[in-house]
Every structure is written in C-alpha cells, then in structure tokens.
Design a protein. Sequence first.
Length: 300
Amino acid sequence: MKLASREVVYTTHSRQNKPAITIRPGETFQVDTELCSGKWLKTLADRFDPDHPEAFGPNPTVVVAVETANPGDILAVRILGIDVESIGYTGFKDEANPLARRILNREWGMATRTVAIEDGMIIWDERLRIPIKPMIGTLGTAPARESLLNSKGGPYGGNMDAQEVTVGSTVYLPVAVPDALLHVGDVHAIQGDGEINRGGGIECRARVTLHVDIVPRPERSGTVRMENEDYIMAVACERSIEESFHLAARELVFWMVDQYGFTEDDAYLMMGQVLEARCTQFVNPTYTYICKMPKKLLSV
C-alpha cells in the first residue's frame, strides 16, 4: 500500500503543489498527516507557542494526485482508518481567537494544554479520560485557479472541521484540475461543535487510510456532499453562518429530488420534520454548517 509522508506539506490548496504520491482510482493508500500548527510538538512537556521556530500553518496538508481525474469529475474519498499518534494539544492565543473574549468577556492571553493519547483515550488530567473520536479537519481538492489558505473551506472542501469526516464516511469532492490534487491534513483526536478553542479539538498527527474512486458529478451540485451508512449529508463553508446553512440545506434538496425521487416541495417539507443540522466551527474565515438527512426515510 502506498504511503504519502508528511515530509513535504503545504499551507494552501493550490494546483501548484507537488503530490507526495500518485494513486489510481480504486486504490487504497495511506497518508501521514502533520500537526495543524507545524512540527513543534515532540514531547508532553511541549506547549504551543506561535513563535516557536518549528511552528507554522495554517493546517499543513499532504497532497495526493489521482490518475485520470479531470475537471468535471467528482472524487469519492472513502475514509477507512484514522490512527492517531500518542500526543496532542489544544489551545489558542486570544488575539487570534476573539471568540473566547466574546464568550466569557475577558482577555485570555495564551491558554494551551498538551495531552497523551493512549489506548483510545485522551488523558486530560490525572482524573479525566476522554474517548477519542478521530476526524480529518482538512480534506479538499485544488481549486482551478487561485491558491486558498488551508484555514478556509469552500465548495472544494478544505478546512471543513466537520466531525462526520471520519471512518465510515465517503466525501464527494469536485475535481477542478488534472489529477485532482487531494489535500489531506489537520487530524483531530476529538473536536466539540464550534471548535471554539481555534487550536482544536485535540490536534494531533495521524496515519489515515483512504480509498478513492472517480464518479460522475451530479447535475445540480454547489457544495461538498458526504454519506455514511445512516445519512446523506451536505457541508458548506461560507463567510456567514446563514449562507453556509442555506447552501448545505439547498444541496440536500437537490440530492433528494435528483436521486431519491422527491419533488422539491416534498423534500423541503420532509426536511422540516427530520433535518439534523449544526455549525461545526465558528473560528475559521469561513463558517462550516452540516445538514443531514436519515437514509432510512429516503428509500421507503
């Protein structure tokens, strides 16, 4: 199985980035991801410092080329495994995270915590253990022309920070350049809704196992689609929470009409009863909203 190393990473989604490996459609491969803030974390004694000589970001990604992928295709990225490494951290510096000041109405300075990850548990302190729920924070394809910072998300994927980007999910990403240039990074051992610390989640390095196919693009599609055994899902990342929600909800209407035989009126009425939706992060330049519909109610 091919392995893409974290030796060379990029802090933008760009068609100029060089792939670590090239894979074929239908191939399973692995990627070693880098910490979202660089190479500085080596021991439990280390604490996040944005001025550390090995700190950089945002969200460095490893790039994988997919043979025969062409503009107009869709990459179907199936997540088979996320094996996190044994150390992680969470934290922020308050001028980089004004949300903290708005929530508790005080200045914070620097707040950070480094933790061990052992036997599927985050060792928060001597009393508290938190079960891991690994996810991939940044997963996207290269945009057609511009280079976009990895702190952003959009129709190409990118820094979505949605907990559903995890084992058992398939993420559908649009191809805008030859070979797609899939960008992978920013794994969290766990993340709460809102990602309010800005430095995670428990940010960590990981080895992720992925399988990629090329599938036709839906006739009507404006943002990232995902599915797992239980749900169809849409993820949108826009500069306002409202627009992110509107775009993700609209994508589900299109999916329900075009694949499951609903009319637009019935799809929208059904969503009013059973839609599950939330903002998964508030702290990036683009807000992430995920909308979900249960499959068991779509195929009756």
